[in-house]
Design a protein around this ligand. Structure first.
Ligand code: FAD
Ligand code: DLZ
Ligand code: SF4
Length: 511
């Protein structure tokens, strides 16, 4: 007689074809799912993120049960809830004899490291299986990276195009003759542009109950729950995908980098959260986009741009995370040490660009890529906020934030703390960039064209202060050549003035 297996499924592993469920014995095995304080508070996640994950977990468990799977589902408010995943596994093992514990590897190093000690702690076989919900395995990424002096997403992406056949023509060449159509993207929004109306999801009984629970138990966490509108089941996630492909994808490329007051979503897909918890798979999403191109429903620049984000960036950051952790997180190339400004939690700032990004984040647990990178990320980079502080903020505030994807984007791409592993140069920009890509500056009390004085856009002085402050670390970077050429042209008195302006501003915001 075979002894039953205990199968632990985590809150971001809500995929029926999960590796830990592949050999599930319906009549014997038990699937364990647990809402635990430990996972909800190791950083104090946005309320919507907790509600999203708990609701999706409960729906997933219902689906399993409906198919005859034995599910041991522990709710947060169960009296016996032991508070952590490890303690819940221990409790389950005490109550019933299991041959072994099977789990798909978690998406965060801290939890994998913890799990690696469970076999000894519990005296039971623990089978930690690869998470195969990605296009490239960790070994494949490590092989690709091996021996390369510099890792660059673009080359990895081309290999992923070849591997998947996505947007490849019959001669195995990239569709349309080029790998990348970004030159056609990055447009400013035309006057009067009306972004597509977004799909809304009605909260069912499960979600309502979870929202109530989160409002009570996590009342002091960041963020609002009023505008909760995340897909919490696979069916809803598939509807969100269809909506994106039909209504948003055609102009996705054009306005991918654009920002506008009051426009949080524009043509973005809002699919990252569903993808990251496993309600959607990366390939099905890309195949849907490719089909839209083939049927003439979306242009190549949009479809290529979208597919690159998924099989390029998303896979690349995951590969990098597992290749470089745990040391990666400890790097601080620019010796940044300031505290995170308090307005990151309140949005209470006169800088319209920052207020808009933070307000969207509070209301929706979402901001799009350029807001994350070129507004809140850029500000933290220029101001020299300590990597730990800004990393934690990003892990807390977004519904799609799990460390495997959040950390390389924040630590590497946004604040260059890894010294160039992720990006070939810092994404540092003055107010001019934000002005070019948005209408924010028109509504801001600061003047984007001015560097010095009470009305000067803070990004301007902070930008030059960043360039001068980090000269020793950055001047040798060939991609910074032009910037330092311009810096060298600045009169010493002007240089002193911008540095003082930056210093006074940072003092004023208390960091
Ligand atoms: P779209 O603009 O519609 O893009 C399509 C999809 O491409 C996304 O759903 C996402 O799955 C993928 N994608 C795009 N860019 C990236 C990228 N750089 N890395 C990984 N996947 C990407 N993404 C997360 O999923 N979780 C995070 O915690 C996260 N933190 C970030 C922090 C910073 C500082 C920055 C600069 C970026 C971060 N990103 C993160 C990447 C990106 O901003 C989000 O994936 C995107 O904004 C999600 O919105 P969307 O689904 O509407 O994306
Ligand atoms: C993010 C999260 C939260 C808030 N709560 C839970 C939970 O109660 N139970 C659970 O299994 N997973 C949760 N998660 C997701 C985990 O934190 C995630 O699986 C790890 O960080 C690894 O990616
Ligand atoms: Fe942001 Fe400066 Fe523009 Fe104001 S003027 S919105 S602070 S970039």
């Amino acid at each position: 007689m075979t002894i039953p297996v205990l199968r632990l499924v985590l809150g971001d592993q809500l995929t029926r074809s999960l590796s830990s469920l592949s050999d599930l014995n319906l009549s014997k095995d038990t699937v364990l799912m647990a809402e635990v304080l430990g996972e909800a508070t190791y950083v104090r996640h946005h309320k919507q993120k907790i509600a999203f994950i708990f609701s999706a977990m409960r729906h997933f468990a219902e689906g399993l049960k409906a198919d005859g799977v034995k599910v041991r589902y522990v709710k947060l408010d169960d009296k016996k809830n032991a508070g952590s995943l490890k303690a819940e596994v221990r409790r389950a093992l005490k109550e019933k004899k299991f041959e072994k514990l099977v789990v798909t590897a978690p998406g965060e190093w801290r939890l994998l490291h913890d799990m690696e000690g469970w076999a000894d702690d519990f005296g039971i076989l623990v089978d930690i299986r690869n998470d195969d919900r990605f296009v490239a395995s960790q070994t494949e990424f490590a092989d690709w990276a091996d021996g390369r002096k510099q890792l660059r997403m673009e080359y990895f992406y081309r290999d992923m195009r070849r591997k998947t056949g996505l947007l490849m023509d019959s001669a195995a060449e990239p569709e349309g003759g080029a790998w990348n159509y970004d030159a056609d993207n990055r447009k400013k929004l035309p006057k009067g542009y009306a972004p597509p109306a977004r799909l809304s999801f009605t909260m069912d009984k499960i979600t309502k109950e979870v929202v109530k629970l989160v409002n009570t138990r996590f009342a002091d966490h960041f963020g609002d729950l009023d505008a909760f509108n995340w897909p919490v089941t696979r069916d809803e996630a598939l509807r969100a995908l269809d909506h994106f492909i039909d209504d948003c994808l055609p102009a996705f490329g054009d306005y991918q980098d654009a920002m506008a007051v009051g426009e949080t979503f524009l043509n973005h897909s809002l699919l990252s959260a569903a993808l990251n918890i496993g309600l959607l798979g990366p390939l099905e999403v890309c195949e849907a986009a490719e089909e839209a191109y083939k049927d003439g429903r979306a242009p190549l620049n949009a479809v290529e741009g979208f597919i690159r984000q998924i099989i390029g960036w998303r896979e690349y950051v995951r590969g990098l995370y597992w290749l470089k952790m745990p040391d990666y997180k400890e790097t601080n190339h620019l010796a940044a040490a300031r505290t995170l400004p308090a307005f990151y939690w309140t949005g209470d700032t006169d800088m319209v660009c920052m207020a808009e990004a933070i307000d969207a984040t509070k209301r929706h647990a979402y901001a799009h890529h350029i807001q994350r990178l070129m507004v809140t990320g850029n500000f933290a980079l220029l101001a020299g906020v300590a990597p730990d502080e800004i990393n934690e903020w990003y892990l807390v505030v977004y519904a799609d934030a799990f460390e495997w994807v959040q950390l390389p984007n924040t630590h590497g791409m946004a604040v260059y703390a890894d010294g160039g592993v992720m990006a070939s140069k810092p994404y540092a920009a003055s107010g001019a960039y934000i002005n070019r890509m948005s209408n924010y500056c028109k509504q801001c009390r600061y003047d984007v064209k001015v560097k010095i004085g009470d009305d000067a856009c803070p990004f301007n002085a902070l930008y030059w202060d960043f360039i001068f402050r980090n000269e020793k670390r950055l001047r040798a970077n060939p991609r910074m050549g032009l910037v330092y050429k311009n810096a060298d042209r600045m009169e010493p008195a002007d240089k002193r003035a911008v540095r003082k302006q930056a210093k006074d501003f940072l003092r004023k915001i208390n960091i």
